[in-house]
Design a protein around this ligand. Structure first.
Ligand SMILES: [Mn+2]
Length: 365
């Protein structure tokens, strides 16, 4: 297991690589070229520059999050083959620079959805939350909420240029139901997985966040059955998963512990987003509201040791990062992606992992 930290690049961040290097136990950056629109090739030279910068700081660049899949590929327009060729070229360029894992998602229009980007906790910190009654019926309003709450940063999946066309975009998806979206994902994977096999890159799909339908849009990576379908649809170790613990657990009916265990055993989890969430009113039937809690088990609704144990005991050897963090100690920045709380997350995750490793050695003596 190797711990990493998501970083958006020098022009998109006030967090420096030097700061990240000082987080004990953090080996690498989860990087991106944030400015390249979906559908275009990531030039080898730009990737090389990023890698050089990261390696000069004493860190590695083995995971990319995300190489976004264009709406044309998700909808299946005549442009998709051209975009798929560009995607394959990007895979080759990333592989040539030593990248091993590519995180992506197949969510239509909206990447993750939260209702609150500045949800206040009793200790004075703030975090991301999903409170159903605060989700507007009009998708334009949620775009405005995210834009207003993002402290001047562009949030992943919420590119203003793309979303300025939201009504046209929603219209373009009107004939895309879950079956059609599945067909289009399989079409995409069948085209790119041979390239991944050739150059030794693993694709890792991020589950839908939240793992149920919003604004009438289809969602196809929500639970154990969907992940099983994905693995069988294109049966290659290169067709894998970014297991986002928080996203999967946002549906309380999902058994996150057994999902982690099963897909680690099957060799399909290449990247993990480790996150704790706290259900806000679990006693109300059907209520799935939650906020993103600090990492320790006692702060949220998930048992972090049991999640880590499911990975550890089934032989997990991939990359992991703390998912989002709160804003603490007066920090301001991109919601979910401050320095301090994510660094605390890494420290905690490392502690749990070390305990599991040593207990495992002892048991095996
Ligand atoms: Mn995630």
């Amino acid at each position: 297991m190797e711990l990493t930290f998501r970083w958006y690049g020098p022009n998109e961040e006030k967090i420096t690589l030097q700061q990240i290097r000082q987080i004990p136990g953090c080996c690498g950056i989860v990087g991106t070229l944030f400015d390249i629109p979906a559908g275009e090739v990531w030039p080898r030279g730009r990737i090389h520059q990023l890698r050089q910068m990261v390696e000069d700081a004493g860190l590695t660049l083995k995971v990319i999050e995300s190489v976004n899949v264009s709406d044309d590929i998700k909808i299946g327009t005549p442009l998709r083959d051209r975009h798929i060729e560009a995607y394959k070229e990007t895979i080759r360029n990333l592989a040539a620079e030593g990248v091993e894992v590519i995180c992506y998602n197949f969510m239509p229009v909206f990447d993750w959805v939260k209702s609150d980007l500045d949800y206040k906790l009793p200790d004075g910190s703030s975090t991301l939350a999903f409170v159903r009654k605060n989700i507007p019926d009009d998708p334009q309003q949620i775009i405005d909420t995210v834009a207003d709450g993002s402290a001047g940063f562009t949030l992943p999946g919420w590119e203003p240029e793309r979303l300025s066309q939201v009504r046209a975009l929603l219209d373009a998806y009107k004939d895309v139901d879950e079956d059609r979206l599945r067909e289009n994902l399989v079409y995409f994977l069948k085209a790119i997985i041979p390239t991944c096999e050739e150059c030794g890159v693993k694709m890792a799909i991020h589950p839908d966040d939240p793992p149920y339908s919003m604004f009438g849009l289809p969602r196809i990576i929500k639970n154990r059955e969907d992940l099983d379908w994905l693995c069988n649809a294109v049966d290659s170790p290169c067709n894998g998963i970014t297991l986002c613990c928080g996203s999967i657990a946002e549906e309380p009916g999902n058994d996150i512990y057994s999902i982690l265990a099963e897909f680690t055993r099957r060799g399909r989890i290449h990247f993990v987003h480790m996150r704790n969430i706290k259900y806000i009113s679990p006693e109300e039937p059907g209520n799935k509201d939650f906020y993103e809690a600090p990492h320790p088990s006692e702060c949220g609704s998930l048992d972090m040791v049991e999640m880590m144990r499911a990975l550890h005991d089934n032989g997990f050897t991939g990359y992991m990062r703390p998912d989002h963090g709160r804003m603490i100690w007066g920090e301001t920045g991109r919601p979910g992606y401050g320095l301090y709380d994510r660094a605390l997350g890494i420290a905690y995750i490392n502690g749990v992992w070390e305990a599991l490793e040593k207990a495992g050695c002892k048991a095996g003596e």
